[in-house]
Structure formats: C-alpha cells, structure tokens
Ligand binder design. Sequence first.
Ligand SMILES: [Zn+2]
Length: 299
Amino acid sequence: MILCDAHCDTLYNLVTKPGEKTDLTMDRLIKGGVNLQTMAMYVGPKATQQEVDLLMDNMLLAFEELKSQGWTQAFDPSEAEEDTVKFMLSIEGCEPFQNGLHAIARFREKGVRMAAIVWNHSNDLATSHLVDATTGLTAFGLKAIKEMQRLGIAPDVSHLNEAGFWDILNKTDRPPVASHSCARALCDHTRNLTDEQLKAMFHAGGWVGVNFFPKFLSSSGHATLDTVVDHIDHMYQVGGAGQVGFGSDFDGIGTKPEGLDNPEDFPGLIQKLRDRGYRDQDVKDIAGQAFINYYKRIG
Ligand SMILES: [Zn+2]
C-alpha cells in the first residue's frame, strides 16, 4: 500500500521559525508509513513581490538542504514506493507567478506539481474564499492556470472562492485538486467544498484531500479519527470513490483531531477506515492510490 499526503507547511516553518520543532520529521514519516509527502511552499501573509520571491527562494534552499541530508524528491506521484519516503513540491498561493507566465516553467523545473491559486488573500490571479464568493478568476489567472495545466502543475482550489472554482471547472479542460479541503455539508465553513462543488470535481476527474484541521472538520472545533472518516464517507456518497485521500495540513494547523497529532498517527487512521467498513481497494485508494491515479489522468 502507498500512503500519500497532499499538504503540509513544514518548509515555511523551517524557513520562518528556524530551530523550532515541526510536526513533520523523517522519523515520524517512516513510522507512519508515509511514502509521498507533498511539501507546500506557502506564500504567507500578504507581502511585496520582492518578499514573496525571497521567501520562495529560501524555501527552495531549505528543500535542497533536506535533500543534501538524504531526503528524496519525487517529480511525479507515480515515483512513490513502499518502504521509502519521497517528497514532492507544491505552492500555496500563486503570487510567485505574478512575475509572468515564464515563472511557472521555472517552478515546474524545480519539481512543483501542484499550486493553490490563492491563500487567504486575493492576488493577481483570483479571489480568496475569505474575500468574497462571487468574483471569478482574472484574465491573467485563467491564462496562468491553463499554462500550469499545460506544464503538469495541478491547479489546487483549496482557499479559492466559489466563482474562481467554477471558472476552473467550466473554462479549462483538466480537473483540479483540492489538496486540503473538507465537506461543507458536515462543517459549514467557506474553506470547505459544497456538495455541488464536490460532485462537479469528482465528475470532472478531480481529487480531494481531507484536511485534518478540527475547525474545518466540525463546527464544534473538536474532531477525532471518526470525524475525518465522516468527511471521507460523505465524499464517497457524493461520487468520490477512488478520488479522495489525505491533505493533513501538518505544520499549518495549531490544533489536531484526537489521535492524529502528526504523521506517525496515519496507521490509526488507516485502521479506522477498515473498522468503518472500507474494503482493501478503497483503503488503498484513500491512502494514496487515488492521488497517484489523478496525476495519471491529467498526465
Ligand atoms: Zn492552507
């Protein structure tokens, strides 16, 4: 079985809070059986273009440093294999692409395979979920997303507002991912996807990684392994069989579900899926195969 996690903010923490402990360590990934960890280069709070570019350069350097310590980069999810841990780069907040379409190819060369269009503030491409639901992609945003798709960088709709989401679905010809988003039917938050959005994504061939942040899992702000599985169940019910997995958000979330504190706890979540009646193939899909298959579909 291959285990993939589509989102963490560890690189950002390594660069902005050097010396502090991170949720994600090689030891914990090995103990948790993680085979492919996507590492986001998170753009951070609103900043000047120069500050964004410097932060991105520093996160790329931090990743090179990890590689010099023996961490292995994957350039495609199909490179994931059992008993090893590999790391794939993503971007959270497309501000680095504001420099022009040529910037997209530069990040693709570095191995970036996924990019969240916005974080919690809007940029030259699109409007954040926190700003409004109704402003669609900018003309540049649509161009940039088509260029990303052409180069094999999956557009990530986590944090994007609803109008931007529908623009990607309706105006481009490849399905997006939501790397770390939950079901709004179970927890009414603008960061979560409505059933209409989930159905459209699954119909188009997209993939959704369930976020482990209790605030997105439950309106009470308290979550357990069962709450995570509830969101997976719901996504299966609206057509997501074989198109759902994990987007932990480790190192990006201050609180965790009970029993899911860091990557070491993935086996407990896998066991919970089995306890809740998921059969072998479904467990394999959710653990990572669905993520790998998504990249085969868009390849
Ligand atoms: Zn995020």
